[in-house]
Write a protein that binds this ligand. Structure first.
Ligand SMILES: NC(=O)c1ccc[n+]([C@@H]2O[C@H](COP(=O)([O-])OP(=O)(O)OC[C@H]3O[C@@H](n4cnc5c(N)ncnc54)[C@H](O)[C@@H]3O)[C@@H](O)[C@H]2O)c1
Length: 253
């Protein structure tokens, strides 16, 4: 699984899964990481962990829902590192109040969700794809098990995550001929702030959700990161256009 000399961008790198992906790529020997998020303090914490592996790390405050900020960030990454080998597009929001239905959803709430979770991934891929090596480039977009079936009272989230799968499969079809792979990673219940925030609002409980998995527990961010990073490496050289669940069997039973 050698990635020595390679450079990656990661959105949502200040916390949870994005942070775990950054640390894992550093551990595997990445030469450079360009990390972005809205949360600069969280980015600094992630950077402090990655640099212990002798990886060069540049952090940038980027709103993933803003195309100009994404464009500037990817252009700066190419200037800083001289190359871009792969990307993990992880940033996302879940929101949700447990009450809203498709009859009451507010347009601004719908737009915010789709802007971050779906347009953000499109903005990233649009900026990243022209720079990736042909062959050898790889992108992983983070969707969700909520991208496989409806999510009552949070249709916007499910819709955004279904959309990430469609976007991923389309890009895989367009860029496979150049040896660029594009895959979607679908986490189930993972113990991160996005999940705990929902639990604090009373939307779900970690105990009940754990029981709904085959493994009877929540996942950890590094368990997602290990699979995501595998998909970024040449060990997954014949894997593209897939949507890979990391959910303890949540969607299987
Ligand atoms: N934790 C789970 O149970 C779970 C399950 C399925 C899917 N996911 C997905 O995994 C991804 C990562 O989530 P996580 O679990 O690590 O949660 P998290 O809250 O720990 O991390 C999400 C990160 O995204 C950042 N972010 C939010 N909006 C942003 C924006 N507009 N621009 C830039 N950054 C922004 C946040 O600041 C945060 O650092 C998300 O896309 C989420 O939908 C998580």
């Amino acid at each position: 699984m050698s990635i020595e000399g390679r450079v990656y961008t990661i959105t949502g790198a200040a916390s949870g899964i994005g942070r775990a992906v950054a640390i894992r790529l550093a551990e595997l020997g990445a030469a450079g990481l360009a990390l972005s998020d809205l949360n600069v303090k969280g980015l600094e914490d992630t950077k402090s962990k990655c640099v212990t592996y002798n990886t060069k790390v540049v952090i940038t405050r980027v709103d993933a829902s803003k195309s100009d900020q994404i464009e500037d960030w990817i252009a700066a990454t190419i200037r800083d590192f001289g190359r871009l080998d792969g990307a993990a597009n992880v940033a996302g929001i879940a929101e949700g109040d447990g009450e809203t239905t498709c009859a009451t959803i507010k347009t601004e709430d719908w737009d915010k969700m789709l802007d971050v979770n779906l347009r953000g991934v499109m903005f990233c891929m649009r900026a990243q794809l022209p720079h990736l090596p042909r062959p050898g480039g790889a992108i992983v977009n983070v969707s969700s098990t909520s991208g496989l079936r409806g999510l009552p009272h949070n249709a916007a989230y499910a819709t955004s995550k279904f959309g990430v799968i469609g976007l991923t499969e389309s890009a895989a079809g367009e860029f496979g001929q150049y040896g660029i792979r594009v895959n979607a990673l679908l986490p189930g219940p993972i113990d991160t702030p996005i999940f705990r925030d929902g639990e604090a609002k009373g939307l779900f409980s970690s105990e009940m959700t754990s029981q709904a998995t085959c493994l009877k527990r929540m996942g950890k961010p590094d368990e997602v990161a290990k699979v995501l990073c595998f998909l970024l490496t040449d060990d997954a050289s014949y894997v593209t256009g897939c949507h890979w669940t990391v959910d303890g069997g949540y969607s299987a039973c």
